[in-house]
Write a protein that binds this ligand. Structure first.
Ligand code: 5AD
Ligand code: SF4
Length: 439
């Protein structure tokens, strides 16, 4: 199984992994041994969508060697292209959208029993589609919990409302039940997931409880150490949620708050429904509630009609806020979205130049912010071994409560995954910190 795209796709693939395992399917070590392949796709930008087609092209050789080998395509590209995959790639025998995921394990069994069958699971449900869980005896220390599906915002550039459908909040009882179960299986950190978590409960599936109340309830669960959530829309960030950053013990001091552009004109054309001033007010409120909070964001360069002045406004607000990190993208037209009809389009060359300038500026901010942490302390939850190992010590990687990556050297050979240490930061690098355990 290969997963592209956002954390929601990762969470969907994790679920599918658990379900297939409990249905008796076995993950093969090499691609040559596989009876079928699953690709969970992303169509938010042009680049990840292109990767899906080249990946599928590569699978052709396995089908040619053994004609019973087939591919399954899930996620947002599947929802968008649908049965078109059957024509373009004859060895694709299953397409499923985000709401069809729950039916994938059963469908795979049917496909294995009938070599001539092809199945498409592309309907949208009216309600949040609950899935049967097959929990293992123990879970890794971090877990995702879906709290909603879809999005109602229709930002001018975004394909998500078309691929993931309208917003559907999940019942708070189901969310709490899942969180409690995960904690009982060893989970210490929960990240709540949704396209726009701040509007949880506000759609027609919503209940009596809003996002701030949901956070409070989960914060109160015994045994939980860290709570995070993503993604937030600035227009729906309520005062209650901002204050929660100063009040809730488990809520980590990090927020991902996509800005997209620093120009009021572009924000208006994007249909984002906030302006610079409102965004800066939110930042002020968040830092007042929790002075340690780290902020990350998403930025798009080269939206249709973006002038040099608009772009300067983005650089300017980056310097005003001082983001700890950011994800930045060149605008790309997506099928059926409003901005694909907007002009003038910005050339690839200008988009690349702007992205380069923006990313260099962010690198400076990131490095500077990390350097400020030297000498400070925080709790670090170990996630796994560090990518780079040195001789004579064992390096482990984790994150502090602000979400910064921290590497720590240990003298003993032990599995530290899931352990929480009080750490002093001794050095900073471009994207991470080095720390030592305080005893
Ligand atoms: N072009 C470029 N970037 C996009 N994003 C969403 N749609 C597009 C598009 N058409 C970016 C936004 C969003 C992130 C997930 O992807 O910044 O927050
Ligand atoms: Fe897309 Fe806007 Fe919804 Fe985010 S809030 S998923 S950018 S439409």
């Amino acid at each position: 199984m290969q997963t592209y795209g956002c954390q929601m796709n990762v969470a969907d693939s994790d679920w599918l992994d658990r379900s297939l395992k409990s249905a008796g399917f076995v993950k093969t070590i090499s691609e040559e041994q596989a009876d079928f392949f699953i690709i969970n796709t992303c169509s938010v930008r042009e680049k990840p969508e292109q990767k899906v087609y080249s990946h599928l092209g590569r699978l052709k050789e396995f089908h040619e060697k053994n004609p019973s080998v087939f591919a399954c395509v899930g996620g947002c590209v599947a929802q968008q292209v649908g049965k078109g995959f059957f024509e373009r790639f004859p060895y694709v025998r299953l397409v499923f959208g985000p709401d069809g995921l729950a039916m994938v394990p059963g469908s795979l069994q049917r496909l294995e029993n009938n070599q001539h069958l092809k199945i498409s699971l592309l309907d949208f449900e009216d309600h949040y589609p609950e899935r049967i869980e097959n929990w293992p005896d123990k879970m890794p220390p971090q877990a995702f919990v879906n709290i909603m599906q879809g999005c109602d915002n229709f930002c001018a550039y975004c394909v998500v409302p078309y691929t993931r459908g309208r917003q559907k909040s999940r019942s708070s009882e189901e969310i709490i039940r899942e969180c409690s179960k995960l904690i009982s299986l060893g989970v210490l950190e929960i990240t709540l997931l949704g396209q726009n978590v701040n509007s949880y409960g506000l759609d027609r599936n919503g209940q009596e409880i809003n996002f701030a109340r949901l956070l409070r309830k989960i914060d109160g669960l015994h045994g939980l150490n860290r709570l995070r959530f993503t993604t937030s829309h600035p227009k729906d960030m309520s005062r209650e949620v901002i204050e929660a950053f100063g009040e809730l013990e488990t809520l980590c001091s990090h927020l991902h708050l996509p800005l997209q552009s620093g120009s009021d004109n572009i924000l208006k054309n994007m249909g984002r429904k906030y302006n610079r001033e409102r965004y800066l007010e939110l930042v002020k409120g968040l830092r007042k509630a929790n002075p340690d909070i780290t902020l990350s964001t998403d930025l798009i360069v080269g939206f249709p009609g973006e002038t040099d002045h608009d772009f300067q406004q983005t650089l300017d607000i980056m310097n005003t806020v001082g983001f700890d990190s950011s994800f930045s993208f060149k605008y790309s037209d997506r099928p059926g979205v409003r901005s694909s009809l907007m002009t003038p389009k910005i050339s690839q060359q200008v988009k690349s130049e702007r992205l380069d300038i923006l990313q260099k500026l962010q690198e400076e901010w990131t490095a500077g912010k990390l350097a400020q942490r030297i000498g400070g302390r925080d709790q670090v939850l170990i996630e796994g071994p560090s990518k780079k190992q040195k001789s004579g010590v064992w390096s482990w990687q984790g994150r502090d409560r602000g979400g910064r990556v921290v590497n720590i050297d240990f003298k003993t050979r032990e599995d530290f995954t899931g352990r929480i240490f009080e750490v002093k930061f001794i050095r900073s690098k471009k994207h991470s910190l080095e720390g030592e355990v305080v005893t």
